[in-house]
Write a protein that binds this ligand. Structure first.
Ligand SMILES: [Zn+2]
Length: 267
């Protein structure tokens, strides 16, 4: 009996070393070090830049850079601001964007066509950055690879052995549509990214009401749903949840104005 108690305690201690609390207080498994995550992010980013057409034009790049820089400079200390590498991909069909651990952001020209202004782009970028700061890629990889064999799969990826699991790893990091393997974030992860993303954009001085407008516009798009929607299920409850958190975001936005945070990013 004594032994059983001892092993139970030991097991709980083991679980807790791999467990972490997300910014909104959810418990999640985090098996990988931030260094390993960054490495996976870097390799995936490099692969995408090799496979897809990159836009070098100055105007669009400085627009996206301006939005990312503004959000980054106003992130709460817990999110840890970092140097983001940013690429704009030339694909008008892809209504999409991503952020990867290690500080890598990709925006597709298709997304820039459906966002009406800097604030709507900030809403998407805030959401994507929030997935990273909340540790969602780590949680997804951890639950998928919580075994010895799984850990070896990740090591093989990091050593550059491109195998069948490469696509899965990239999809778990948040690059589903890019690798043709949709593994959407869970509803609770989406909701957390929405709430944090709304705070991030507002703290940077972007109008949080534009976030709700963007989701409305996207929900209204008929026909084949854009990629951003199929990996990020949009529905009535999502807009309702954003609306519920709007008053607090508007207060952050007001305070940002007092600190002269009102970005002027132009496409
Ligand atoms: Zn998302």
């Amino acid at each position: 009996m004594k032994h059983r108690f001892f092993y139970t305690i030991l097991f709980i201690l083991f679980l807790c070393t791999a467990c972490a609390t997300s910014p909104t207080g959810r418990n999640q498994l985090q098996l990988f070090s931030s260094q390993k995550l960054s490495e996976m992010g870097r390799m995936s980013y490099r692969q995408l830049k090799k496979d897809e057409k990159v836009i070098r034009g100055q105007d669009v790049n400085s627009f996206v850079n301006c939005v990312v820089r503004s959000i980054n400079s106003a992130l709460p200390a817990s999110a840890g601001s970092k140097q983001w590498h940013i690429t704009v991909f030339d694909n008008d069909e892809a209504v999409n964007a991503f952020a990867l651990p290690g500080g890598y952001i990709g925006v597709y020209t298709g997304l820039l066509k459906v966002t009406d202004n800097q604030d709507q782009l900030a809403a998407v970028i805030g959401h994507e950055i929030a997935h990273v700061t909340a540790g969602h890629p780590n949680a997804r990889l951890s639950s998928q690879y919580a075994t010895q064999a799984g850990l070896q799969t990740v090591s093989a990826f990091l050593e550059g052995q491109v195998g069948g699991s490469t696509r899965t790893i990239m999809a778990l990091l948040g690059l589903g549509s890019q690798v043709g393997l949709l593994l959407p974030f869970s509803r609770s992860q989406e909701q957390e990214a929405d709430i944090l993303g709304l705070q991030y954009m507002a703290r940077a001085g972007f109008d949080p009401e534009q976030s709700i407008q963007l989701w409305r516009n996207m929900a209204r798009e008929g026909g084949k749903p854009p990629e951003f929607l199929s990996t990020h299920p949009s529905d009535y409850s999502r807009i309702q949840s954003l609306q519920a958190h709007l008053p607090e975001a508007l207060e952050l936005y007001r305070r940002a104005g007092q600190q002269n945070r009102r970005p002027q990013c132009r496409p």
